[in-house]
Design a protein around this ligand. Structure first.
Ligand code: BES
Ligand code: MN
Ligand code: ZN
Length: 488
């Protein structure tokens, strides 16, 4: 998708935004006259009021400046935020993607609004067709060029460049989550991460021998039933002050979660291809930061494993020792995400002394019950971090909702034999999972955990800006959080 900003442009389709209850914009008047009043007629129709999302299509006479005109409802003037403009861009793209026309030009208003419309177009234009061999021509999008017409096109272009880096991150995260687990396993995933060096990221991949030496037995335990080698992927973007401590982003990268010996039921298990969604958010965020050359030091760490049942797999009853020395009694091999994260969190603290750590994981089914598909669960030991992440999520439309931590919940992790067990019983499952992680966070370390199990993918009817199975949740939120808090 080629997106341009210009003071004027010609295109197959020319579109105009109409405020709810509003009139034709001045820019549409000449065309309306040339077309014998067809635009005014469409605007006067009872079923077009300018309500957000409405569209009226007008076939223009031969010789007119475009082949089609479109009026798109922009809703009430005082009720429009960034989200509304992204949605408008998404609706516009969706309605004309397969129209047979290649180019569309929209008369956009202010630079910020135009940039958000462009973001919406890009989010909506995402496709995951790599595995289709029989895609019919009529199902292939024809629209390949969208121009936003406005005065101040240079400002809009600059605003969009920064936002668009976030969308690059979203695309990356969507691709990774959508990919089938036979093609995205810890080894191929690590190889994919290595190619990101071309963006200027410093990449380091640790394999099983190195992880063994570090004592990361908890993470290795999860992967030991898989024929694929477990990997720790590390991505550094050092765009900030030299010697300044970085921010750490940590992601759960369970490339497929069968549950292990505590096998999951068969129905819907294929969704567990997305159980690396936390890691995808981290990789996507690193892509965004490198693409816009962020002035911050950030390290992304992803624990890549596959949770398989096998003669060599970990069992319920096993007691393993994590890298920081604490022992864990496995009671359910399906509570594997926390076993991966605890060792990666240890590594992040031991090797980077980060200013703050944010981990992301499709950690619990319980968070889907609690918050549904509209907010990720937020757990943190720092009120400032809670509001910074909440604000960043609101700004980018990737919303998070804080849930509590506390010693009462932590007690549910008591084990008869070891320092802790890996499940906390039926009650407050998302909170006890977070408590488990917090046991690996050192005194004084600022930390937040985002449980994204409900938002990493969503089935069924969705917003036009979220067109595939994988939502790509995370990169835009993280990129915004870093931009607002760590770049001077
Ligand atoms: N990957 C799952 C969580 C999950 C469930 C993600 C549904 C997305 C959608 C995780 O590894 C898991 O299996 N969690 C268990 C924990 C339980 C055994 C304590 C769960 O939530 O049932
Ligand atoms: Mn599991
Ligand atoms: Zn899992």
């Amino acid at each position: 998708m080629n997106i341009q900003f210009a003071e004027s442009a010609s295109a197959d389709i020319v579109a105009f935004m109409i405020d709810e209850g509003g009139d034709l914009p001045a820019a549409a008047k000449t065309l309306d006259d040339a077309a014998g009043g067809l635009l005014s007629e469409a605007l006067a129709a009872d079923n077009f009021t300018g309500k957000a999302g409405q569209q009226a299509f007008i076939v223009l006479p031969k010789g007119a400046e475009a082949r089609r005109a479109v009026l798109i409802g922009a809703g009430k003037k005082d009720k429009r935020d960034a989200r509304a403009f992204e949605k408008l861009g998404g609706q516009l793209y969706k309605a004309h993607a397969n129209s047979g026309f290649a180019s569309l030009a929209l008369h956009a208003g202010k630079a910020e609004d135009a940039a958000r419309i462009a973001v919406g177009v890009r989010l909506a234009a995402y496709r995951f067709d790599d595995y289709r061999t029989k895609l019919k021509d009529e199902d292939k999008p024809t629209l390949s060029e969208v121009t936003l017409i406005l005065k101040g096109d240079k400002t809009a272009q600059d605003l969009f460049a920064a936002l668009s880096a976030g969308v690059d991150g979203t695309y990356m995260a969507r691709d990774l989550v959508n990919m089938p687990p036979n093609d995205l396993n810890p080894e191929t995933y690590a190889a994919k991460i290595e190619t990101l060096a071309e963006l200027g990221l410093e990449i380091e991949i640790l394999g099983e021998a190195e992880l063994e030496k570090l004592g990361m037995r908890s993470m290795l335990g999860v992967g030991q039933g898989s024929v694929k080698e477990s990997k720790l992927g590390i991505m550094r973007w050092m765009g900030g002050q030299k010697d300044e401590a970085p921010v750490a982003l940590v992601g759960k990268g369970v490339c497929f979660d069968t549950g292990g010996i505590s096998l999951k039921p068969g129905a819907g298990m294929e969704d567990m291809r997305g159980d690396m969604g936390g890691s995808a958010a981290v990789v996507g965020a690193m892509v965004a930061l490198a693409t816009r050359k962020a002035k911050a030091n950030v390290v992304g760490l992803v624990g890549l494993v596959e949770n398989m049942p096998d003669g060599n797999a970990i069992r319920p009853g096993d007691i393993i020792k994590a890298a920081d020395g604490q022992t864990i009694e496995i009671q359910n091999t399906d509570a594997e995400g926390r076993l991966v994260l605890c060792d990666v969190l240890w590594y992040a603290q031991e090797h980077y002394k980060p200013k703050a750590i944010v981990d992301l994981a499709t950690l619990t089914g319980a968070i889907v019950i609690g918050l549904g598909h509209h907010h990720a669960g937020l757990f943190t030991n720092d009120d400032g971090l809670a509001s910074a992440l909440t604000d960043a999520g609101m700004t980018e439309g990737e919303r998070v909702w804080r849930l509590p931590l506390g010693p009462e919940y932590d007690r549910q992790l008591k084990s008869k034999f070891a320092d802790m067990r890996n499940i906390g019983g039926r009650q407050a499952g998302s909170i006890t999972a977070a408590q488990f992680l917090q046991r690996f966070i050192r005194e004084g370390q600022t930390w937040a955990h985002l449980d994204i199990a409900g938002v990493a993918w969503v089935e069924g009817e969705k917003a036009p800006t979220d067109p595939s199975w994988a939502s790509g949740f995370g990169p835009r939120l993280l990129d915004r959080w870093i931009a607002e808090n760590y770049e001077g």
